[in-house]
Ligand binder design. Sequence first.
Ligand code: PLP
Length: 398
Amino acid sequence: MPRSPRLSRRDFIGRSSAGIASVATVAAATSVGFATIPSRAAGRDWRIRNAAADALLRPEADDYDDLIKLNYNENPYGPSEQVVAAMTEAFKYASRYGYPDRAVKSVIAEHHGVERENILLGAGSGEILEVVGLSLLSRDKKVVGSDPSYSAVYSHASGIHAESITVPLRDDYSQDIPALIDATNRHYRDVGFVYLCNPNNPTGRPIPADDVRNLLDGIPADVPVLIDEAYHHFAEDPDYASAIPHVLEGRRVIVARTFSKLFGLAALRLGFAVTTPEMISVMEPYTTGSINALAKYGAVAALEDTDAQRHMRDRTIALRKKTSDELRGMGYDVIPSETNFIMVQTGRPAREVRTAFREHGIVVGRPFPPLLNHLRVSIGSEKEMAMFMAAFREIFAA
Ligand SMILES: Cc1ncc(COP(=O)(O)O)c(C=O)c1O
């Protein structure tokens, strides 16, 4: 039976042979005269390589609309009517530069109980994560974080010739905060920043607020901590809390948020950092500073449309529970999730299972080493999840 709930230590052998923390292998520097300060060009090289790899998995445009897309943790319903109306209005500025932008930064700040000076916008929170890498990492400055986690942070680091010090998740898939503290303190002089994905992608597990505080209290105050809250809105666990209050305490904390998930604006590309004005002054020179008008108008309307937010969140959480219960009822272990995706241990290689689902017109998550027999599935609409379950029953009937 595909029923081994815990991630065994042996799953990690080979990656952490030198103690709790392992320094990831880094691609050798290729260009002569590579700048000590990471350049945007280095970031671009990384993106081009990733896009080339991803293109192999990309469906043709004709197929795309028909596919059931449960692989990128998107919002299956799209933006609300109010949001679409606001973006439609913004089209009249499509040919302009200095148009009125609905004070998007101030509106975001107000919604999160901070000042406008605490907000830095990015083209998706992906840009914020890259900007943190570009401004705080170098050949001599490393990122410390859990693995598996949102691997784009570590890939980007290696793309700009910086190393990652990664700490395996614990057997219950939680992030090992004491080991992260220890790794940071042991490598203190070499640490550019600590990365926490909360709740974590790909496992969906949250870090309790007390653990976040313990980490901040347990490392030197001058080490920046990037806390990626892309899935914040789907967390129900009473022990979870946003880290934004730590920014207001004046700590070197950068909270990354996105409009791509709950708000359904992934293709519009808007994310932001909540951090101190001092951290913003370090990071800002590395941003493109180019957010499109539709994203700004859409974001303001999305923050105002609290009914749509509640509706989307409730539907997603209800379907997350329903799907998890059904899979557990069939004897499969599902990691308890606080996000808009779940991870199920199928007992079969994710790569193979992914191909089988693709034959049913469903795209599911890629393999996330070392969880190679786990499948990450985004929570789609009710109809999409019914089709996912029907395909699952067929694929695993054998
Ligand atoms: C944990 C996490 N952070 C950041 C991102 C980047 O999202 P975006 O750039 O669309 O805001 C993602 C995307 O899936 C994610 O899962």
